[in-house]
Ligand binder design. Sequence first.
Ligand SMILES: [Zn+2]
Length: 140
Amino acid sequence: MVPLPDYDEMLLKLRSELSTSTEKPQEERLEIPKPQVLWVGNKTFLRNFMEYPRAFRRDPDQVLLFLAKELATAASMDGDRAIFIGRRNPDSFRVLFERYVKAAVICPVCGRPDTHLEKSKRLQFLVCEACGARSPAKFS
Ligand SMILES: [Zn+2]
């Protein structure tokens, strides 16, 4: 007689294998770089601007447009830097990037940052590569 495999033991083994390959799916957080700000005259230089679109996997122009809109000022790119008219605190950038991530990067269904934006007609969707959810983006 062949002994039956211990089902519970198998399940436990499977679970532990799964949990090591996908670590803490709910707690995965996107690391938002610290804003490096420099003031010259009445201009604000965000020296590490390019780190943000890279971290978010978004179009730099789109990220810059979002910042300019939210700050209600003119903005331009200069290499890796972004230049804004008016003096802005690192904190105001930090708050805006957090807002951007919530609205246009984090999947509202599973909370993961592995997403991209898709345009269909006049709407923008946040498409999640982890769970496949398509959610309307909260800003354009
Ligand atoms: Zn998702």
